[in-house]
Ligand binder design. Structure first.
Ligand SMILES: C[S@@+](CC[C@H](N)C(=O)[O-])C[C@H]1O[C@@H](n2cnc3c(N)ncnc32)[C@H](O)[C@@H]1O
Length: 355
């Protein structure tokens, strides 16, 4: 039985954006299929009508290149109408019939309030499932790092998916939970921390997020993002008309300038630009583009606010424009964009200059 679906997790409310993104990208790569997305369900599947196996499309669409997906799996047909007396047998049968084997089993639910009620059920099933899957040879010590995911959407409905190392989120539910630092001035601080986890490999933090680096934070007040930069030992120009947190100012690492972030220019080249100003995506992109073309910073993280209905279209147009303008200016850059767990109606973009 060849898997004919991909299964993606997302924030509830973003299903149509993720569906549009996957459909557009799959079509551009020459794949045939259609997305299945229910509003507020926290997940989207893409059903292939192509002869080729879903694994190949999964490889063609790396999770890191997707904006709205938190997790990406190769999936089997959902199992529905499971009986309360025996939920396990149909699951085991489907795994065995697929010929799949794994090193681990993760049971998950979509990130919705309704689905959280299934936590007790999932817990009760974990041990028995693992034990039977081991006996049937589907769960073993070495299986190429593959993981079996069971996405429970109802007590009687589950979809089985498989993930592969290097093309998945290693966080349950695709959600990176971070602890709020008690002395940070705002909850927004977690957006920048999550962005670094997402875009800067951990073993490069010492060189790319290093003490003594210089940064600018546009729209900085009250200072959640500046706090992260200061934690790394950077010196920060904090640009905002609003007041900055006093504790942060007392570190001596922050210069607060009450200027317009869209026109302010740094006195010298900086290492980082970060920007969390609430404005039209096109306006933010134009400003960041100017910074990059003039090479005023080496890396940038900025958020694009998405109050509009068709969020995927707005993001893809913005990114395409940025890509084009940088190429025209001869600036080589790596561009990533993700809808982070700590992002709400917004996405986070990362750009790193390469030449
Ligand atoms: C979402 S808040 C930033 C929160 C901040 N990142 C934090 O973690 O605390 C947006 C900020 O952008 C500022 N802002 C809006 N327009 C601006 C502009 N043209 N120049 C500079 N700051 C601006 C607002 O005053 C507001 O403080």
């Amino acid at each position: 039985m060849n898997p004919q679906q991909l299964l993606f997790y997302c924030r509830a409310g973003f299903e149509s954006d993720l569906a549009a993104e996957i459909a557009t990208k799959a079509a551009a790569l020459g794949w045939q299929g259609y997305p299945v997305a229910q509003p507020q369900s926290g997940h989207v599947s893409f059903v292939l009508t192509d002869e080729r196996p879903a694994n190949a499309l999964h490889r063609d669409l790396p999770l890191a290149s997707l904006v709205f997906a938190r997790q990406s799996l190769v999936a089997l047909e959902p199992l529905t109408g499971l009986s309360r007396e025996d939920r396990l047998s149909p699951i085991i049968e489907q795994v065995v019939a697929s010929g799949w084997n794994f090193e681990s089993l993760w049971q998950e639910t979509p990130d919705t309030n309704d689905a959280k009620a299934l936590a007790g059920l999932i817990k009760a099933l974990q041990r028995p499932l693992e034990s039977i899957l081991k006996k049937r040879g589907a769960l073993r010590r070495k299986a190429g790092g593959r993981r079996l995911h069971l996405l429970w959407t109802e007590g009687d409905r589950v979809q089985l998916g498989m993930s592969f190392p290097g093309n998945r989120s290693e966080q349950p539910g695709g959600i990176r939970r971070l602890r709020f630092p008690h002395d940070a001035p705002s909850r927004s601080t977690l957006k920048l921390e999550e962005a670094w986890h997402e875009f800067v490999p951990r073993d490069q933090w010492e060189t790319r997020l290093a003490e003594g680096m210089q940064a600018a934070d546009l729209g900085a007040a009250p200072g959640g993002w500046t706090w992260q930069l200061v934690q790394r030992g950077m010196q920060v120009y904090a640009i905002d008309n609003g007041p900055m947190d006093r504790g942060l100012m007392a570190t001596g690492l922050v210069e607060h300038l009450r200027e317009d972030g869209f026109v302010w220019a740094p006195p010298m080249r900086l290492d980082w630009l970060v920007c969390d100003i609430v404005d039209k995506p096109a306006r933010v992109i134009d400003m960041v583009e100017r910074w990059l073309v003039k090479r005023w910073c080496r890396e940038a993280v900025f958020n694009l606010k998405l109050p509009m209905k068709r969020r995927w279209e707005a993001v893809s147009e913005g990114l395409a424009r940025l890509d084009r303008s940088l190429a025209e200016a001869g600036v080589r850059a790596e561009i990533g964009c993700r809808h982070l767990y700590h992002d709400r109606e917004e996405v986070t973009v990362h750009v790193r200059l390469l030449n």
